[in-house]
Ligand binder design. Structure first.
Ligand SMILES: O=C(O)CCC(=O)C(=O)O
Ligand SMILES: [Fe+2]
Length: 363
């Protein structure tokens, strides 16, 4: 296993960092390397709603409305609550993150991925999940996702890797730092609202997430000549509290599973996508959904996304909110410390087992 050879065409001189972008730039591929081919993928839904003649669309939530003093705020809050129950995902508009910051970040990211491979591999250390590149090959039969990432822990600050953010160009670094601060503030606003709907004390949810665990994954999905054979990101749920996804260059590809069918998310311009992770499902005692989702690629256009993973701080306790449970509504999940939660999550993920199922209490 240890001396497993990467697919022909991967640049083995570059510290074994795999890059789909550079694999396909090197020579036109006559066929997709087997490491990427996932047979028997479930296709996206062609289901059509007979009344409207269209696919069900993901809910849109207006943050300005939610935060306003008007009666419409209550209506928006109920929309948010049902989006979390029914979908586990919503598009957030009027989110307050400046469009010029989003534009600037887009250009910085495009410039980053256009760097030569030799430059980008400096952001990866052997054996480390963080940094630049495609999936790491750890076993012979492993299937790889069709995408290259720049993945990094951003909080707590002492967990940041010295060869990643500090080594970015100063303009990319400062733009990214601004984005990190803006999105963390946004996340806490949304989480505070959800906390109140989940009967938590005022500010209790915000306190859990204020200086929480946070990481950022920027993904570049190159076009693929046979997109139906590969997967940008294979189906999964996020282990987070919430994830805020920015579909940077406007190319769709995110799909979610609802009532057993895969539904494409057609992202509105200037919207950010918020998806709930396992921690919100646990805290809400199963009322909210940790949404199963995946990213597909297409044959024509590259796609770029930024996922910001937002979770509680490492001293927090992860379990159902006390006020949601009583003799009739027993807790259906365990309560454990965040540090243990993270360790368990990583080892379950590694073994391909569901960590959410591990957290579920038996009757
Ligand atoms: O890029 C996307 O659309 C989704 C990425 C994602 O779900 C993830 O990285 O967890
Ligand atoms: Fe995800």
């Amino acid at each position: 296993m240890a001396n497993y050879k990467p697919a022909a065409g991967f640049d083995e001189s570059s510290h074994s960092v795999l890059s789909v972008q550079h694999l396909i730039a090197k020579e036109p591929l006559s066929s997709i390397p087997q490491q990427f081919v996932r047979p028997n993928q479930e296709p996206p839904s062609t289901f059509s709603n007979t009344e409207t003649g269209s696919l069900p669309t993901t809910p849109t939530i207006d943050l300005e409305q939610l935060l306003s003093d008007e009666a419409s705020a209550d209506i928006e809050l109920e929309k948010l609550h049902s989006a979390c129950k029914e979908w586990g995902l919503f598009q957030l508009v009027n989110h307050g993150v400046s469009i010029s910051l989003l534009e600037k970040l887009k250009h910085e990211i495009e410039d980053f991925f256009q760097l030569p491979l030799e430059e980008k591999v400096k952001y990866r250390k052997p054996g480390d999940l963080e940094g630049y590149g495609c999936d790491q090959v750890i076993s012979k039969d492993q299937k790889l996702d069709w995408g290259d990432r720049l993945y990094m822990t951003t909080n707590p600050l002492h967990s940041r890797k010295s060869h990643i953010i500090p080594e970015l160009t100063s303009s990319f670094r400062s733009t990214l730092e601004l984005y990190i601060v803006e999105l963390q503030k946004l996340a806490v606003k949304v989480l505070d609202i959800l906390g109140r709907r989940l009967k938590m004390e005022m500010g209790e949810m915000g306190e859990l997430f204020e200086d929480g665990k946070q990481s950022v994954k920027i993904t570049y999905y190159p076009p693929c000549t046979q997109p139906e054979l590969v997967m940008g990101v294979v189906a999964h749920t996020d282990g987070t509290g919430i994830t805020i996804l920015n579909q940077v260059n406007g190319v769709n590809g995110l799909e979610l599973k609802k009532d057993g069918i895969w539904i494409p998310v057609n992202v509105l311009s200037n919207a950010l996508i918020v998806n709930l992770g396992d921690i919100l499902e646990i805290m809400s005692n199963g009322m909210y959904k940790s949404v199963e989702h995946r990213a597909i690629v297409n044959s024509e256009k590259e796609r770029i996304s930024i996922a910001m993973f937002i979770s509680p701080h490492l001293d927090a306790k992860i379990g159902p909110v006390t006020k949601l449970t009583n003799h009739q509504n027993r807790p259906i999940f365990k309560t454990i410390g965040m540090e243990k939660y993270v360790k368990n999550f990583i080892s379950y993920n590694h073994e391909g087992r569901s960590h959410l199922e591990y957290m579920r209490l038996c009757d």
